[in-house]
Ligand binder design. Structure first.
Ligand code: PA5
Length: 449
């Protein structure tokens, strides 16, 4: 079995080796403190051993629920935001055929996402699309009170009941929420929906390997057992007793913190495979929400290449030298396509005739990497043997454990997100939500000014 590899060869030249050595030692301590539960945020470490603790019974329950939705729905809408949708979307888009929903032979329901914005157009177009469709809903909210998700769920529940009748709707609405608290739990219990629990000690952005991610992924038809096996493999490979030199997570966390200390304040996640777009979105939340606090933190950004070389390429090559790049590099594509011959050869590309398109893409990747390194951009390369469920399981756990260690090296609590509340308070005050009216007037004046 091939595993994820980490190539740090294009980073060393940018780093002070004394700083790296000191951070190496700290990363071993940080990893140990996660294991012992002595670190900051230690009431949110439920994700640490999720892969090795998930039982065949839980997987079977998730799969049989997914099978019901697959049989009884043409479309399943996942309502959730942030950690309650990004992981599922990332895995589904990475594994899906790029045009799956347009294919006639499409097998199983189309999985759509809602509850991650408050756009009237988006919701009106979605509800219009779902008219006369046999659709189901997975309502995901740990708190059960998130406005975006609650609004989408209100609309979808009503429409599902109107179209299918209350009894049948009950079979195709599933809740994933807190065991006891919140509107989503109360509704699920009252209506008799099938439900799954988000453990108290697992924060949203670390919840992809709970039912939050696993149920939508299974509904989309992907192998959740293989995903978990990959995560288990990475759990073993990044354990506290695995030495630094062999421990991918410690090395990644150390390297990015050493780069941060060297003035590289922005990490750009780059891919050469558009299916990885949402992996980067998930990663941005994981690292951004975990580290961006107390006036500190690497800013996580992302680009899809080669697409964005034609928009962001100039900045990366030549802009302020405060960035480093982390490339997600896939060794083996799933499909085969050869560069075609053209009689006229007006574009001058016949020299590529008969070569794999992936070979061209790889040379674009290597060429870009070298150009950026020459331009003063340190480069981390994460090599994925292929894009399958097992490898994605490895990748997810690698980023999670790397994030825990990295946040601790930075000196923050990686498992809270106090800053996320600020916009909610203002929005509720402006909307006149009971209990929030006091600040409303002052905020309205500031908007008008
Ligand atoms: O990581 C987090 O905690 C957040 O992104 C939440 O997942 C997000 O705000 C959604 O919250 P909830 O699941 O309570 O609706």
């Amino acid at each position: 079995m091939n595993h994820i590899k980490l190539d740090l060869s294009a980073v060393e030249q940018f780093l002070n080796q004394d700083a790296v050595k000191s951070l190496q030692a700290q990363s071993v301590v940080a990893r140990r403190s996660l294991e012992d539960g002595t670190c900051a945020g230690n009431d949110f470490l439920g994700w640490l051993h999720l892969p090795s603790s998930i039982t065949p019974e839980i997987l079977a329950d998730l799969q049989s629920t997914a099978d019901i939705l697959r049989q009884e729905c043409d479309t399943v809408v996942v309502a959730g935001i942030g950690g309650s949708y990004l992981g599922a979307r990332a895995v589904i888009e990475a594994l899906n055929d790029s045009f799956s929903w347009l294919r006639k032979e499409h097998n199983g329901p189309t999985v759509l996402f809602a509850g991650n914005n408050i756009s009237e157009d988006y919701l009106a177009e979605l509800t219009d699309l779902l008219k006369d469709q046999r659709f189901g809903v997975i309502n995901i909210s740990k708190s059960g009170t998130t406005t975006e998700t609650a609004l989408a769920f209100r609309l979808l529940k009503k429409q599902c009941e109107e179209q299918r009748g209350k009894e049948e709707a009950r079979r195709v609405i599933v809740a994933i929420t807190d065991a006891k608290r919140g509107a989503a739990r109360i509704t699920a219990d009252k209506e008799g929906y099938k439900s799954f629990v988000i453990p108290d000690n697992v924060g949203g952005r670390f919840s992809v390997l709970t039912p939050v991610g696993l149920l939508p992924i299974a509904v989309a038809g992907f192998d959740i057992a293989a995903l978990i096996q990959g995560a288990q493999e990475m759990e073993r490979a990044t354990a506290a007793d695995i030495p630094y030199e062999d421990n991918l997570a410690m090395r990644y966390a150390t390297t990015r913190n050493a780069l941060y200390l060297a003035g590289k304040k922005i990490e750009i996640m780059a891919n050469f495979q558009p299916k990885l777009h949402y992996i980067a979105e998930w990663w941005k939340q994981l690292y951004g929400e975990s580290e961006g606090k107390q006036g500190k933190g690497i800013f996580p950004a992302s680009v899809d290449l080669t697409t964005d070389l034609h928009s962001m390429g100039q900045w990366i090559q030549d802009g302020e030298r405060t960035i480093f790049e982390t490339v997600l590099s896939i060794e083996q594509p799933e499909k085969t396509l050869l560069f075609p011959h053209d009689e006229e050869n007006l574009d001058g590309l016949n020299f590529l005739e008969g070569r794999r398109v992936d070979q061209v893409n790889k040379m674009a990747e290597f060429g870009t990497r070298l150009a950026h390194i020459d331009g003063g951009v340190p480069n981390i390369r994460i090599i994925l043997p292929r894009l399958d469920a097992f490898t994605l399981g490895e990748l997810i756990y690698f980023f999670e454990i790397g994030c825990g260690i990295s946040g601790l090296l930075l000196g923050v609590n990686p498992f809270d997100q106090p800053g996320v509340e600020a916009y909610k308070k203002n929005m509720f005050a402006l909307l006149g939500k009971p209990g929030y009216e006091a600040d409303g007037e002052a905020l309205r004046k500031r908007i008008q000014a």
